[in-house]
Design a binder for this molecule. Structure first.
Ligand code: ZN
Length: 192
């Protein structure tokens, strides 16, 4: 799938919504992004997972790791497609860990898969965790890089979609200036 086809699928499944939204930070934006919307449909999830699997098919990988919660479903789908093991990391008292006796062995070759990369914070925490386990990080993929390529990691980073999402302070919002009412991000049922 090319970038245009991915954007179309994300619009169809309500991952990308356009309008006039207020973010939890209080800032306003014309684009609302919610990857969980597409991950409710296994058919589409598997399609995206196949795209990520294809990016890395030439690489030698043992394990796919996803940070909870956003990375759990898509990392599992990628691992399933590639026939690999999958585990997730999660925060306990603010610190990223492997819990539930899940573990990574020294030297295991790992692909990290996340849903959305905004500042890259969660991925960096997983990178540190894996480096601590002396795992061998092969690379990182996400469904969306919403920094439009501004986020950098010390390993190859290959997102499916690069998107630049602008947001504005309330008193500097162009949409408010035009008198456009605020929308509530909604979900709709999609036929699969
Ligand atoms: Zn506004």
């Amino acid at each position: 799938m090319n970038q245009k086809e991915i954007i179309e699928l994300f619009k169809k499944t309500n991952v990308i919504q356009t309008g006039h939204f207020e973010l939890s930070s209080g800032r306003h934006t014309d684009t609302y992004l919610q990857c969980a919307q597409i991950l409710q449909y296994p058919e589409y999830t598997n399609k995206l997972a196949a795209e990520i699997a294809e990016i890395w098919e030439e690489e030698d990988i043992d394990l796919v790791v996803g940070p909870a919660i956003g990375g759990i479903v898509i990392s599992y789908a990628v691992a399933s497609k590639m026939g690999l093991r999958n585990i997730f990391s999660e925060r306990k008292n603010g610190k990223m860990k492997f819990r539930r006796n899940l573990e990574v062995k020294k030297g295991e070759k790992v692909l990290i898969v996340e849903d959305v990369v905004t500042t890259g914070g969660s991925v960096r925490e997983v990178v540190e965790l894996l480096e601590g386990s002396k795992a061998d990080i092969v690379g990182i993929s996400s469904l969306v890089d919403r920094s439009n390529g501004e986020v950098k990691f010390n390993y190859p980073f290959k997102p499916l979609l690069k998107l630049k999402v602008d947001s504005y302070k309330k008193n500097e919002c162009k949409l408010c200036e035009q008198g456009i009412p605020i929308n509530k991000p909604g979900s709709k049922n999609v036929k699969v």
